[in-house]
Design a protein around this ligand. Structure first.
Ligand code: SF4
Length: 381
């Protein structure tokens, strides 16, 4: 039976709440992504996905049975009539996967239907080997690391994402907001203890802090630690700054870059599919806003990362839609440095009764991401 989570509070930026969930109070896992099978192996894709228009020809070949009920395979398959019928049957799953493998090995781009077929592919080791082939073509045997520190300036947030375990209401126990001096002292202490090269700064959407707080913060950190790269503010925060200042995305990003912004993290993308997005994070920017901020950043020469939150109530079709929208923007701008699949964690939030994706499901997500995102140079764990 599908599980429910408490209803999210009403959104202030979007239209009426979606009505597809049947729980009395809110969300439930979409049935197209099923829980583990009894063997604890790979999470299956529901039949609905195989019949999804995106999947198209993924449906299995019907039994070859004659009108009299005898097996057609007992007859010769060389008859013109049989060939005529067979050529009009949908391709079998094996043929679909063989064609995908041919495309990958030839360096051809995969389609949405190919991506859907990969979510239904039974052999995870085959999928992994194929992804490894694509990865080696893109980045060879080189693996990159960096040592950074995450700095979260405030956990006070106007949004109420259902999956969030971090946010607090101002004044609530555990709520905090760093002063500029506290943030600089924390960063200095980290740099003194560890050879970090980067600060990764993401924060709640504080309802009362002015944009100047963030500009002053970046400038102070940049002045104090000029050799440390400042990767700061998700696209959702940039969207928020634009809302509270009335500035354009370009103006906000210009101000932040002047203050020391080096690049942007990829958070806030979650899942682009609007029905799911409204349900799990209806307060934050739309997918179109998220993509517009990154497009603007890339146009200004600011490199960014990209993400996808998986393993909650999204469908396989939602995942493919998300990946291909990122791929489309990368075709346009070439500004994404990495893609990071983010696994939904179910502790201390309003989606705590949902199971988390298994390691094998995570391996499948990484493999399919590598195969479909043929134009983003790196995947990051
Ligand atoms: S915007 Fe970020 S901090 Fe705020 S509730 Fe959503 S995930 Fe949490």
């Amino acid at each position: 039976m599908a599980r429910t989570i408490p209803a999210p509070p009403p959104a202030f930026t979007h239209g009426p709440a979606d009505t597809t969930a049947s729980g009395a109070n809110g969300l439930r896992r979409d049935p197209s992504v099923l829980p583990e099978d009894e063997g604890g192996l790979v999470r299956k894709v529901a039949d609905r996905d195989l019949l999804d228009p995106l999947a198209g020809n993924v449906a299995p070949v019907p039994p070859e049975t004659s009108p009299e009920g005898t097996s057609a395979t007992a007859r010769t398959s060389a008859t013109p009539l049989f060939r005529h019928v067979r050529e009009r049957l949908p391709a079998s799953p094996d043929h679909i996967l063989a064609e995908i493998e041919r495309k990958v090995r030839a360096g051809e781009r995969l389609t949405a239907a190919d991506g859907m077929a990969l979510f239904a592919a039974p052999d995870l080791l085959w999928l992994g080997r194929l992804a490894r082939h694509a990865q080696r073509r893109i980045s060879g045997d080189t693996v990159f690391f960096n040592i950074n520190r995450h700095l979260n300036l405030t956990n006070v947030c106007k949004a109420k994402c259902a999956f969030c375990s971090f946010r607090r209401v101002d004044g609530e126990s555990g709520a905090y907001t760093m002063t500029v001096a506290e943030a600089v002292a924390t960063a200095r202490a980290t740099v003194a203890a560890l050879p970090i090269t980067e600060l990764h700064i993401v924060n709640g959407l504080h309802p009362d802090l002015p944009f100047d707080y963030d500009v002053d913060m970046l400038r102070a950190l940049s002045d104090a630690l000029p050799h440390v790269h400042l990767k700061a503010f998700t696209a959702v925060e940039i969207w928020w700054f634009a809302r509270i200042t009335g500035k354009s995305y370009a103006e906000v990003l210009h101000d932040l870059r002047e203050a020391g912004l080096g690049s942007m993290p990829g958070g806030g993308a979650e899942i682009f599919a609007p029905v799911v997005r409204r349900r799990i994070c209806g307060y934050k920017s739309t997918a179109e806003d998220w993509l517009a901020v990154h497009r603007t950043a890339h146009g200004l020469g600011i490199r960014t990362n990209s993400t996808m939150l998986y393993g909650h109530i999204e469908t396989a079709a939602d995942r493919i839609d998300h990946l291909l929208r990122l791929r489309d923007l990368q075709d346009e701008t070439a500004g994404f440095q990495v893609f990071i699949p983010l696994r939904f964690h179910n502790a201390n939030n309003r989606m705590s009764d949902l199971p988390m994706a298994t390691p094998l499901e995570t391996a499948r997500i990484f493999a399919i991401s590598r195969l479909t995102l043929d134009n983003i140079p790196h995947l990051k764990a």
